[in-house]
Ligand binder design. Structure first.
Ligand code: GDD
Ligand code: MN
Length: 397
């Protein structure tokens, strides 16, 4: 029996170097590491390895590795593959016993990988191997991520039933609703055939759940340039798909989990608390101006609101967005943030008055309920625009 690649354990982030350096070769830098996740692919694995090796030897001989990650398939796919490692030294096989699942298979493979580009391809020949060269060319041109897509020019599916197409598009649509920022960047977010620059996902904690590791990479990685290459999804000749209802449920869980982890909940809570403190400042100043200094009502209201805005700004700058304001030091920068914050909050006041009016006058809500709803909406408005405009990380990275 040839030596198998041990399976990494622990967290699911990719380090800047392979997890088992020097064990297998003194050369720890390669151009491409391609993962072939397998479960019950005994009849496909030999064929695809031969095709891939021929293809890649023509263009990047000696600069790539193929890593089969098998989840201890009962048909002993891992054994079939590992018998080929003598003839194909660029091939490594990982037999996983403890963990299972497609996404973690890909991540574990990448953790052991030595390549600058990390890729994945299905092992059942449904992904046409030639497309790999086009993906490689896009990476060479500087893409951070090159994705084989069924939905760009040259792409398609062989002969899928209407219901299968519908299901696939439905999943995409759901993704667009829950995670528009990430899913909207891909024409085929369900693709499992792609390459990513290692740099773009170094030390990014990847979530192990689900079938669609591409979504994880796009949502969490530092991906600037995405290239897409059309391909036609082939019919399976041997074996069977592992997709069941469970995968659809996991897909939805995956999207929701990403949504919550990308939404800055902790920051939003801090922002809300600061806003709450502003109410007291507003009231105290109003009391001071009206009852002690006997100023007019309108004037008092304007001054007390402005005092609350300034109070909120300082707490937000020192606490809520501390990490960002520390990167943009100096009085000039701070004044700029104060000005933006002020303008956004003033616009928020206008929206609040307008909204509360509509709720009260046209929709028949009670005054206090109208005000409460308007406050909630404006809190989101204030938070979102201040996050995007006032405490924006300006450095282009
Ligand atoms: N290690 C491991 N563990 N491999 C797995 C597992 C698992 O739990 N489940 C599936 N695989 C392997 C299969 O052996 C195959 O090589 C590949 O992953 C894809 O699995 P299929 O079951 O054939 O999926 P499909 O035909 O429905 O393909 C769809 O999903 C792919 C993967 O995301 C399509 O959307 C493809 O475009 C996509 O690449
Ligand atoms: Mn398949």
């Amino acid at each position: 029996m040839n030596q198998l690649l041990p399976s990494p354990n622990g967290n699911f982030a990719i380090a800047d170097r392979p997890i088992f350096p020097l064990n297998y070769s003194t050369d720890n830098s390669l151009l491409l590491s391609l993962i072939l996740p397998t479960y019950q692919e005994r009849d496909n694995i030999q064929k695809i390895i031969i095709i891939l090796a021929n293809l890649l030897d023509d263009v990047i001989a000696g600069k790539y590795e193929l890593i089969v990650v098998d989840d201890n398939s009962p048909d002993r796919t891992w054994e079939v593959a590992s018998k080929m490692t003598e003839e194909y030294p660029q091939l490594q096989v990982m037999r996983r016993i403890e963990e299972k699942g497609l996404s973690t298979a890909v991540i574990r493979g990448w953790q052991a990988a030595r390549g600058e580009f990390l890729g994945v391809i299905d092992a059942d020949l449904q992904h046409p191997p030639e497309t790999l060269l086009k993906l490689l060319a896009e990476m060479g041109r500087g893409a951070d991520l090159a994705v084989a897509s069924r939905h760009v020019l040259g792409g398609g599916v062989s002969d899928w039933s209407v219901s299968r197409r519908f299901l696939s598009r439905g999943a995409q649509m759901l993704g667009l609703i829950i995670l528009p920022g990430a899913i909207g960047r891909l024409s085929d977010p369900m693709s499992g055939y792609f390459m990513v620059r290692r740099d773009a996902i170094i030390n990014v904690p990847l979530s192990p759940i689900g079938y669609k590791i591409l979504i994880e990479v796009v949502a969490r990685g530092k991906i600037r340039w995405i290239a897409e290459v059309g391909y036609v999804f082939q019919e399976r000749k041997s074996g069977a798909s592992k997709v069941t209802k469970k995968q659809y449920i996991e897909y939805i869980q995956h999207l929701l989990r990403l949504r919550f982890s990308l939404w800055p909940v902790a920051r939003f809570i801090r922002f809300g608390l600061v806003g709450f403190s502003g109410v007291f400042v507003d009231m105290a100043i109003l009391y001071l101006l009206r009852d002690i200094l006997s100023l007019g009502l309108t004037r008092s209201l304007i001054i007390s609101a402005e005092a609350a805005i300034i109070n909120n700004f300082f707490w937000n700058d020192l606490w809520t967005f501390r990490d960002i304001s520390q990167q943009q030091k100096g009085t000039g920068q701070r004044l700029k943030r104060l000005l933006k914050f002020n303008l956004i909050c003033l616009a928020g006041v206008v929206i609040k008055v307008f909204l509360a009016n509509i709720l009260f006058n046209f929709l028949g809500f009670n005054e206090y309920l109208s005000n409460l709803i308007a406050i909630a909406v404006v809190t989101f408005w204030n938070f979102w625009f201040n996050l995007k405009l006032s405490w924006r990380v300006t450095s282009v990275d």
